[in-house]
Design a protein around this ligand. Structure first.
Ligand code: NAD
Ligand code: WQD
Length: 347
């Protein structure tokens, strides 16, 4: 299939492009590089053996999208399907700049859907998030759990899911899957691509990596008094390569005309196992051979004690389940960090 990957230069998008290309798909990347570096395209090229087609495009730019979707393919629509990763993703920043988040994440998606409709492209995989479950009332979390959001970023994800629900209901030609990621971590096993946050990392694994490589002195553990196995927060960490494969399965499922998938479906992507902050620290120390100094501080506002997925629907509908364990997540995150201490900055 020929697949447009919006946000394909980002962390999860870059890994997905590599897996799609390895499975014989043709990928076209559209990214405005607001949170990524063009240098990632060279790394993808090294991994797949050719330069991916890439366009510097903002998904809110309707004219640029129209030109992209008008690209000449005499026998078919310009793309067989679209994967939409392009979004701003910092929970904290979204509370300070909510209008920018709604504009980028919601208006951007609407512009993309309009361009798809005009071009007759009706297959979409959307990056949603477990954040749409808010503070879960029971565990593990399956797709029928109540939805609630506590910040503007989460609201953009829920709104887009609802837009997709309505768009698919209005047009029987549309099929969309919203993949609700739990906590993506790790990197490609080559160490060539990985997560390269700008500034101080918001998330646990990139922070641990920066402590391990000496960029930061110690980890602050947000709360040691949660009602969990050891008092620290518990999450469902999932290897980014497993996520990338899940996207390939989703795209291929949408492409099968006889498939029972129709309309809009929401699907969890998680391992189904909760890991505490201190368990992750110990696994990382074992994988890297480095000590991770930490101190336990107060809880971070908005955090919840424990979140992990019921991942069975992904297996049922997509034939996918996570394969990589926490040791692989830490090993691959450390390989990426130690090979690229400054991220993509060194080229
Ligand atoms: P990322 O920031 O690394 O990748 C997003 C990419 O989209 C970047 O390359 C950025 O430059 C691009 N982009 C942003 N706005 C754009 C726009 N208007 N036009 C064109 N390109 C634009 O983030 P990621 O971690 O790879 O996340 C990918 C998607 O998954 C996002 O939608 C995010 O909300 C979602 N998600 C991420 C996580 C996570 O923890 N990483 C968890 C759940 C969901
Ligand atoms: C994990 C655990 C923290 C940093 C966030 C978003 C969510 C989704 C994934 C996009 C928690 C603890 C963290 C640190 C710590 N993103 N922690 N010290 O909060 O589960 O999810 O990213 O959709 O929407 O909210 O992930 O990695 O920030 O935190 O102790 O320096 O690590 O308290 O228990 P979170 P996280």
């Amino acid at each position: 299939m020929r697949i447009l990957v919006c946000g394909g230069a980002g962390y999860i998008g870059s890994h997905t492009c590599v897996v799609l290309a390895e499975r014989g798909h043709e990928v076209v990347i559209a990214d405005n590089f607001s949170n990524s570096a063009p240098a990632v395209l060279d790394r993808i090229a090294r991994l797949i053996g050719r330069a991916p087609e890439a366009h510097r495009i903002d998904v809110r730019d309707a004219d640029a999208l129209a030109r992209l979707f008008a690209a000449d393919r005499s026998d078919a629509a310009s793309f067989d399907a679209v994967i939409h990763f392009a979004a701003l993703k910092s929970v904290g920043e979204s509370c300070v700049r909510p209008l920018e988040y709604f504009d980028n994440n919601v208006s951007g998606t609407i512009a993309l859907l309009r361009a798809m409709r005009a071009a007759g492209v009706g297959r979409l995989v959307f990056s949603s998030s477990a954040t749409v479950y808010g503070a879960p009332s029971s565990l593990p979390i399956d797709e029928s759990a109540p939805l609630s959001v506590t910040n503007p970023y989460g609201r953009t994800k829920l709104i887009v899911e609802q837009i997709l629900e309505d768009a698919c209901a209005a047009d029987p030609g549309w099929r969309a899957i919203s993949l609700r990621y739990f906590n993506p971590v790790g990197a490609h096993p080559s160490g060539l691509i990985g997560e390269a946050p700008s500034g101080v990392p918001n998330n646990l694994m990139p922070y641990i990596c920066q402590v391990a490589v000496g960029l930061r002195e110690r980890l602050q553990v947000y709360g040691g008094d949660w009602p969990t196995v050891d008092g620290t927060g518990v999450r469902d960490y999932i290897h980014v390569m497993d996520l990338a494969h899940a996207h390939a399965h989703a795209i291929e499922a949408l492409g099968r005309i006889s498939d029972p998938l129709h309309g809009h479906r929401t699907i969890n992507l998680g391992v189904g196992r909760g890991i505490s902050v201190l368990e992750l620290v110990r696994a990382f120390e074992a994988a890297s051979g480095r000590a991770i100094p930490y101190e336990i501080v107060g809880r971070r506002p908005g955090d919840v004690a424990e979140v992990y997925a019921d991942p069975r629907l992904a297996d049922t509908l997509l034939g996918w389940r996570a394969e990589r364990d926490v040791d692989a997540m830490c090993r691959d995150a450390w390989r990426w960090q130690s090979m690229n201490p400054a991220g993509y900055a060194a080229g």
